[in-house]
Design a protein around this ligand. Sequence first.
Ligand SMILES: [Zn+2]
Ligand SMILES: [Zn+2]
Length: 173
Amino acid sequence: MRVNLVSLGDIAQDIMSQLKTRTSQVFGCPMNIEPTIAVPEHAYNAERNQYLATDLISLLDEKKGEDDDLVIGITEVDLYAPRFSFVFGQADTLSHTAVISLCRLRQEYYDLPHDEALCLDRATKEIVHELGHTFGLGHCPNSRCIMHFSNSLADTDYKEAIFCAKCQPGLQL
Ligand SMILES: [Zn+2]
Ligand SMILES: [Zn+2]
């Protein structure tokens, strides 16, 4: 299995490599960092000042190589989905492609002091969660399990970056 990390828009190299290391520890598989792709402007909704997550997923899917198994996009722009005021991330099970946004994972977004470690922890959890969906896993009722649905950052901070014993066997393509 191969997992590719792609930054959509500029993300600091250091953040990308830390996310790569942390995520590969959870999945125990090789991960690559692919060249940056520009955020597609057609995904932008001026009324909401947000980007439609599925447009970013479609673009990642288009650019996907033949032997790529899973693709996760990472972006700084704020994402939304229909019927949601925002999403931390979104996944498409069929194309095994997902995206997460760092925007609302940053303390600064809530006018709190910058905390790099916390942001990386949250981003790792969001990546692992969305990749779990690309394996076909649904949401888990166990609030400590990474597949638990995060309604808020409190949920994200409470859960661990690992799959519970029920979800773990589902991690097969
Ligand atoms: Zn989910
Ligand atoms: Zn679970």
